[in-house]
Design a protein around this ligand. Structure first.
Ligand code: FES
Length: 168
C-alpha cells in the first residue's frame, strides 16, 4: 500500500511539472509575440522620425522609429521599434522605405551609393527596386508626410520571404 502511495506521489509530481512546463512555454511564446507587436501596427499611427531641415535633398538618411509596445496587459514605454530610410525629394515630399530586408529581415544599409543587405547580398536601387540577390521583392515603402517641420511615418512590418507585400 505504501508503495502504491509513493507511485501516486511521483505521478502527481510529474503532472505538476508538466503543467508548469506548459505554462513556461506559453509565457515564452506570449512574450515573443508581444515584442513583435508595436502599438498601432495594424492601424499604424503617425510617428515623428526626423526634422525635415536635417535631411539633405536626394541623400538617403537612416532614422530610428520610436514607439510604445503593447499587448493586452502591458504597455512598454517608448523604445526603438524599427528603422527607416528617408529620401527627401523637396520641401513637401520625403520617400520612406522600411530598413527591414524583405528576404529574412536583416537590416538594409548603404554602401557605395546603393542600398545593400549584407546578410545574403541583396542590392536595391534608390527607388527601392531589387538589383540582385535573394530578396523576393523591393524595399517596402511606407506612408509618410511632413507636418510642422517633421517627417512622420506610419511604421508597418511586412511578411518576409514572399514576393507579395503583405502586412504581418
Ligand atoms: S536577409 Fe537580406 S538578403 Fe537575406
Amino acid at each position: 500500500m505504501a508503495e502504491r502511495r509513493t507511485v501516486l506521489k511521483v505521478l502527481s509530481g510529474c503532472a505538476g511539472a508538466a503543467v508548469a512546463g506548459v505554462g513556461v512555454a506559453a509565457t515564452g511564446a506570449f512574450v515573443a509575440q508581444s515584442e513583435r507587436r508595436p502599438e498601432g501596427s495594424g492601424g499604424a499611427s503617425w510617428r515623428k522620425v526626423a526634422r525635415l531641415d536635417a535631411l539633405e535633398r536626394g541623400k538617403p538618411t537612416k532614422a530610428a522609429v520610436i514607439g510604445a509596445v503593447e499587448d493586452a496587459w502591458v504597455r512598454t514605454p517608448d523604445r526603438r521599434i524599427g528603422s527607416v530610410w528617408l529620401i527627401r525629394e523637396d520641401d513637401r515630399t520625403v520617400k520612406v522605405y522600411s530598413a527591414v530586408c524583405p528576404h529574412l529581415g536583416c537590416s538594409i544599409d548603404r554602401e557605395n551609393e546603393r542600398f545593400v543587405c549584407k546578410c545574403h547580398d541583396s542590392h536595391f536601387t534608390d527607388q527601392g527596386g531589387v538589383v540582385d540577390g535573394p530578396s523576393p521583392r523591393g524595399m517596402d515603402p511606407l506612408e509618410a508626410r511632413v507636418a510642422d517641420g517633421w517627417v512622420e511615418v506610419k511604421y508597418r512590418r511586412f511578411k518576409l520571404g514572399t514576393s507579395e507585400r503583405v502586412e504581418g
